[in-house]
Design a binder for this molecule. Structure first.
Ligand code: SF4
Length: 269
């Protein structure tokens, strides 16, 4: 019978499938919820603060003090409702203080890698989608800006550590995927893509060329065909690696069945 195909591919899904097809199946096909982690909540609040900071404020209003106000707003909203609110309400006061101070540090680090008062923002948290071949590509762009020559630059914030050289290529491919979406939807090819690693205060920037966008489209199509074949044959194999240490599905994984739980059945309804 086969598994249903996902409705779209995002950079996150592409990376997830390449990292471990079994984990991809649980999260994308079976939609087994992943528990929230401190790392995830920290990233969500930091991104929301940056969205407000760059979209709501004029360039001249962007200071460390107004960045703190943006974090205050994102922090308060996170406590309002939803999964993050119940997760945060269970933290000890000490852990909450520590989380807040880590977020403050991430955002203040931004001022060491760029001058926010000089950033010409087109938009933040922009959802784009476009057909590529026989599938739908989707992606949420953290920030789209204009450089000093009026060319587009796609920016992606990272709240974790900067990657090894090997992983760096994967991260760049993900943000080039966004550049491809910008070209398809807006009709203008961005000049560059930029990854900002807030924790390590590192910026990785690369030029966008037609060859690079073509390579991303080809690579993403190849992943889509592999996903389709895996759905048709119901074959999503676990791929143990050091990433298993961070995997939310470890206790459901056949590779760890000695300590695990029964293999989850696919929901057909
Ligand atoms: S524990 Fe490792 S092999 Fe198992 S699903 Fe997670 S990433 Fe894949």
């Amino acid at each position: 019978m086969g598994f249903p195909l996902p409705c779209s591919l995002t950079p996150t899904k592409v990376t997830a499938f390449k990292d471990c097809a079994y984990s991809f199946r649980l999260s994308v096909i079976d939609k087994v919820p992943q528990p929230l982690s401190l790392w995830t909540v920290k990233g969500v609040i930091a991104h929301k603060a940056l969205e407000r900071f760059y979209f709501n404020l004029e360039p001249g209003e962007r200071s460390p003090a107004s960045a703190m106000e943006s974090i205050d707003a994102a922090w308060e909203r996170a406590f309002d409702a939803g999964h993050a609110a119940s997760f945060l309400s269970e933290l000890t006061p000490e852990r909450k203080r520590s989380l807040r101070s880590e977020i403050d540090e991430l955002i203040l680090n931004l001022f060491t890698v760029e001058d926010p008062s000089k950033i010409r923002v087109i938009g933040t948290e922009i959802m784009l989608e476009s057909p590529i071949g026989d599938f739908l590509a989707r992606g949420m762009i953290d920030r789209l800006e204009l450089d000093s020559n009026g060319d587009l630059v796609v920016v992606d914030y990272k709240t974790g550590r900067s990657p090894s050289h090997l992983r760096e290529q994967d991260k760049l491919a993900a943000v080039l995927f966004y550049a491809l979406l910008v070209e398809r939807v807006i009709g203008k090819r961005p000049r560059a893509v930029k990854l900002i690693y807030l924790k390590d205060r590192i910026v990785i920037e690369t030029e966008v060329t037609p060859q690079r966008l073509k390579a991303v489209a080809t690579r993403t199509s190849a992943v889509w065909h592999a996903v389709r074949a895996a759905c048709e044959t119901e074959s999503f194999r676990p791929r143990p690696s050091r990433l298993c240490n961070f995997c939310a599905y470890r206790c459901q994984c056949p590779s760890f069945e000695a300590q695990g739980q029964p293999y989850p059945q696919h929901a057909t309804g």
